[in-house]
Design a protein around this ligand. Structure first.
Ligand SMILES: Cc1cc2nc3c(=O)[nH]c(=O)nc-3n(C[C@H](O)[C@H](O)[C@H](O)COP(=O)(O)OP(=O)(O)OC[C@H]3O[C@@H](n4cnc5c(N)ncnc54)[C@H](O)[C@@H]3O)c2cc1C
Length: 226
């Protein structure tokens, strides 16, 4: 009977059952799936589909390489095609996962020796949570740009002095204003490696600021979401 159902639904290794949809704000949530059936590098992303739907979207892996579940962080985009459907998923629903994909990520040797500044807008924090959970000893500062301070997703997981919240629409962040405003005022060690993730406007502005500060392009890694 089980085999028949499997055959009918064409369920294979790439299908996972949702374990939990965890609300983080009114619009943002995480989806927890069983442990990944593939090896990945912290920082990489997957392609996610919903069973029965013909479209898929990319999501950074939010969990660590060692976690016993695979997790992604997503924001429901108003009038978006996929993210509202993702948000309505419930425990037991089937999703299709392909990957891992992408060069954005952290090698163990680099994590042990390097000095890092992670720059994220909104859900662009996702790959950095994977990196920090995977390499708890890593030398990093995470600069997170959001509109409202309640978008500091899972903030308690980052050491207080390593997490800088830039909130542009309320005064409850570490910095009251846009992430790029904060960046302009910062001084970084010459050997810093920068990882940028999120929307393209933020990334292009941040690249320009880092260029003016004298950093080489090969010290800067980018993952553009939209
Ligand atoms: C490599 C990669 C990794 C990604 N990882 C994540 C992730 O970890 N978490 C995540 O939430 N999204 C991530 N995205 C974006 C994600 O793939 C979808 O684009 C997003 O969920 C919107 O899909 P949608 O079908 O609802 O919107 P669509 O119908 O495809 O698009 C509607 C509009 O929404 C805009 N848009 C896309 N994402 C956002 C956003 N976060 N906020 C505001 N506007 C947006 C698009 O530019 C477009 O104009 C990633 C994208 C890429 C390329």
């Amino acid at each position: 009977m089980m085999n028949l159902i499997k055959q009918d639904l064409k369920i294979d290794e790439s299908f996972y059952r949702v374990e939990e949809v965890r609300a983080l704000t009114h619009e943002t949530f995480s989806i927890k799936l069983p442990k990944a059936r593939f090896a990945f590098k912290a920082g990489q992303h997957i392609s996610l589909g919903i069973y029965g739907d013909y479209q898929s979207r990319e999501y950074s892996i939010y969990s660590s390489i060692n976690d016993d579940h695979l997790e992604v962080l997503a924001k429901e985009v108003e009038k978006g095609y996929f993210s509202p459907k993702l948000r309505r998923l419930q425990s037991g629903d089937l999703v299709e996962v392909h990957g891992p994909f992408g060069k954005f990520g952290m090698e163990p040797d680099d994590a042990e020796t390097g000095k890092f500044v992670f720059i994220a807008s909104g859900t662009g924090i996702a790959p950095f949570r994977s990196i920090v959970r995977t390499y708890p000893e890593i030398d990093y500062t995470l600069i997170h740009g959001v509109r409202h301070s309640n978008e500091a997703y899972d903030r308690h997981e980052y050491a207080g002095d390593r997490y800088i919240l830039c909130s542009s629409r309320d005064a409850k962040g570490t910095y009251n204003g846009r992430l790029t405003g904060y960046l302009k005022d910062c001084t970084f060690a010459k050997e810093t490696n920068f990882y940028l993730c999120g929307n393209s406007d933020m990334i292009f502005d941040a690249l320009e600021i880092l260029k003016v500060k004298g950093f080489e392009r090969d010290q800067i890694h980018c993952e553009v979401y939209f």
